[in-house]
Design a protein. Sequence first.
Length: 316
Amino acid sequence: MAAQKINEALEHIAKAEKYLKTGFLKWKPDYDSAATEYGKAAVAFKNAKQFDQAREACLREAEAHENNKACTFFFLCRAYEQAGMMLKEMQRLPEAVQLIEKASMMYLENGTPDTAAIALERAGKLIENVSPEKAVQLYQQAASVFENEERLRQALEMLGKASRLLVRGRRLDEAALSLQKEKSIYKEIENYPTCYKKTIAQVLVHLHRNDYVAAERCVRESYSIPGFNGSEDCAALEQLLEGYDQQDQDQVSEVCNSPLFKYMDNDYAKLGLTLVVPGGGIKKKSPNAAQDKARGPAAVGSHADEEEDEYSGGLC
């Protein structure tokens, strides 16, 4: 089956090259027909799992489209995107992302922003585990495109992915800004309950940044969101800030272990579970105390008597 597909692909390439040849009676190459044949060759190579040859056929298709002045720009962009997907199959992810990103910029120039944003999201997914920093950039670009097109729900989905990656990478200053952007859009579309959840995430990020003032300001500003004041989210955050301010680790842990916090997105739930109050952690017992506990009450009494005897004659 693979050999049959490879032969089929080679036939299409031979046809494409024939269309590109010029002669005494044919002064101009037929770029349109050549592009079509290269596209068919790419599909056949892909089906035969010959991904490098499929990539090369996609790039030749793109080149033919570029040389064809009457070509539909969309097909040129798609050829570059397909070449990127072939690189993805070969696990050459940075190169794949580079081509898909190029295609997305061309989609934008061609006046198809939705397709451009989808391509950026696809590139972000490809590179997320290899280069989270690049994935964040791609998701933010996609969010910007969707926002410009007033497709706010899709923009929020991209921003949410970027925020979680920033938290995972401990880029907390950037995460705080990204979450604020999310919250502003959720407020704009009047999705107030999600605004409450984003406030919780913001507060956790600020406290991990050791910025209590920013965390407190975040809650105070959220009182303007309809329904926030008096919600369980608000009450929990007030209790959390009180415990943090009072250096009460037990109170902070109790709030962060509540279902309201534990069932957030995993990255934010981890922030809650790892939040430590400065000066409010469990104090380490002294070595003597640990030894006394091992010896038992009698040993403790004996130790106390020894200290008494040492000074029984007075300090002189």
